[in-house]
Design a protein around this ligand. Structure first.
Ligand code: BGC
Length: 258
């Protein structure tokens, strides 16, 4: 018997990437397809690209759900924010726009929530008891809070106000690049950010994801925290895998989950 795959799609600022995911093993069941993000990246234009990705894998999918990530707050299928994406996503009925365009159920989730659940179900935080906070350091800062395996969605810890600033404007990988900071200069900003996370939530484990996690050896060993802090392990596969996992869960397809 072959495992039924669930399609995961990750909408990013420069590319929209999708792959069928085998949720029993927690990995791609086929090669990933990437299509550049359209400009402007409005819900309708993005839905067109998502449809192309779904069509290209249609032969491998049953009639199951499709999981899609977006860098925004998502409640009841409606996107509620747009920090680093086209402002037309604010209050867009995105689940409906996508489901109608694709003619099949689409489950939209926050990008960091997807990456976080993937790390907890299949990655570095697999089986970790207690509170796990996954942060993604990219253009912004994304976060996922997962307590004993259960996700508390839309935590948005990148927008904590610290020292009068929106945290992601000071401590994201994007801020490091924008301000031309060396790791030596960047580390105190990370220390301030994760100190605040600890003070507010006392997590048992902090996972650091995003592109910059590949350089974790240059900054993680220098952070002084009570909680263990580790780099993410699924790299750029986490969003797609987590989107598929959350879509299967939302559809009640527990038979497909690890
Ligand atoms: C957004 C979050 C998103 C994060 C990472 C933030 O600016 O508000 O929803 O998860 O960026 O993309």
């Amino acid at each position: 018997m072959t495992n039924e795959a669930v399609l995961g799609i990750d909408i990013g600022g420069s590319g929209i990437k999708g792959a069928p995911v085998d949720l029993v093993v927690g990995d791609f069941a086929d090669k990933r397809l990437r299509i550049p993000t359209p400009t402007p990246s409005t819900p309708k234009k993005v839905a067109g690209v998502v449809a192309r990705i779904v069509e290209s894998f249609a032969g491998q999918l049953g009639d199951g759900p499709v999981g899609v990530t977006i860098p925004a707050v998502v409640t009841h299928g409606v996107t509620r924010s747009a920090a680093n994406i086209d402002k037309s996503w604010i209050d867009a009925p995105a689940d409906t726009i996508f489901s109608e365009r694709l003619g099949r159920p689409v489950h939209l989730v926050n990008d960091a929530d997807a990456a976080g659940i993937a790390e907890v179900k299949y990655g570095v935080a697999k089986g970790y008891p207690g509170l796990v906070i996954v942060t993604t350091l990219g253009t912004g800062i994304g976060s996922a809070m997962i307590m004993d395996g259960a996700l508390v969605p839309n935590s948005e810890l990148g927008h904590l106000e610290i020292d009068g600033h929106d945290a992601e404007t000071q401590a994201s990988a994007g801020a490091k690049t924008r301000l031309g900071l060396s790791y030596e200069e960047y580390i105190p900003r990370l220390q301030r950010y994760y100190d605040t996370i600890e003070k507010l939530f006392s997590p048992d484990l902090i996972v650091v994801g995003g592109g910059i996690s590949k350089d974790a050896a240059k900054y993680l060993p220098y952070l002084k925290l009570h909680a263990e802090i580790v780099p993410a392990s699924l790299k750029n596969r986490a969003g797609i895998i987590g989107a598929a996992w959350l879509a299967a869960e939302a559809a009640g397809r527990t038979d497909l989950l690890a």
